[in-house]
Write a protein of this length. Structure first.
Length: 278
């Protein structure tokens, strides 16, 4: 059975949390109408990304008001949603920590996975976020083992290979890629899909936000490195089918994972550090 997935490259005019949630709701409505069972949105899609200290003002716990509103959208539209937000946690000894986070909510409004960005990009991330402690966060959806990364994480081959070794078949990557780094979307992401033999959906922002111009180019890439769908530079909703049989066919032909020389170099862990199924 195929999985129908919608990828929302937007909103192009980023606003406050209310405006971003309204755009997410509209995208979820259109995704459901297109037959999608899950909607993937960009990095920090609900809060905004290049927003300076507003990140700290908009940060909240994983089960806070933003989660409640996204869960309500998921229930009303009957579609699972992957969204980005700043997650605030409080330590036992006091003080807050803020992460660049992604959460997955199923169509019943239940949280099924949370991931905190592990590789922080320059001062844009380091000025406001702490690095996440767990690389491998996975969940099951539509018969595929899914994994989460965020933006800069996918630019490291080790992160994607770790997911492949842990059994990830579909890697979901919300991102905030800006110009002049289009090469990541056009060349690096397809390479990651091919070399680790998995589906990759790379869902970018678009438009201009403060100092950044996002380059769009949201894509769904097959395990053989070919595009299943790709957006341009502006707001767009892509809907694509992921076929698990295509993964099996590609791995039968492109046997890189099986052909590695484990005796010559380490190949990473075969067991995920963290699994979530809330």
């Amino acid at each position: 059975m195929t999985i129908t997935v919608s990828l929302f490259q937007g909103p192009e005019l980023a606003g406050d949390v209310d405006a971003n949630l309204a755009a997410l709701d509209d995208a979820a409505m259109r995704a459901a109408a297109a037959g999608a069972s899950i909607l993937v949105t960009p990095e920090m899609s609900v809060s905004g990304y290049d927003i300076g200290d507003l990140v700290l003002q908009r940060a909240e716990p994983f089960d806070g008001p933003i989660f409640e509103r996204v869960a309500a959208i998921a229930r009303s539209r009957c579609v699972a949603i992957v969204y980005g937000y700043p997650e605030r946690t409080r330590s036992e000894i006091g003080g807050d920590t803020v992460f660049n986070a992604v959460q997955v909510v199923d169509a019943s409004g239940r949280s099924v996975a949370r991931y905190r960005k592990t590789h922080l990009f320059g001062e844009l991330d380091r000025a406001h976020f702490s690095p996440g402690p767990d690389l491998l966060v996975q969940f099951d959806f539509g018969g595929l083992r899914c994994g989460l990364l965020t933006c800069y994480d996918v630019e490291f081959p080790e992160t994607v290979r770790a997911h492949a070794d842990a059994g990830t078949q579909w890697l979901i990557v919300p991102t905030g890629l800006m110009t002049p780094f289009e090469i990541i979307a056009t060349h690096v992401v397809p390479t990651r899909a091919y070399e680790s033999q998995l589906f990759v959906t790379y869902v970018n922002r678009c438009g201009t936000e403060t100092s950044l111009t996002y380059c769009g180019l949201t894509c769904a890439v097959a395990p053989d490195g070919t595009d299943l769908a790709r957006a341009g530079a502006h707001e767009q909703l892509l809907t694509v089918d992921l076929d698990p049989a295509e993964l099996a066919r590609s791995r039968a032909v492109n046997t890189h994972l099986a052909d590695r020389r484990h005796d010559l170099y380490p190949t990473g862990s075969s067991r995920p550090e963290q699994e979530t199924d809330r």
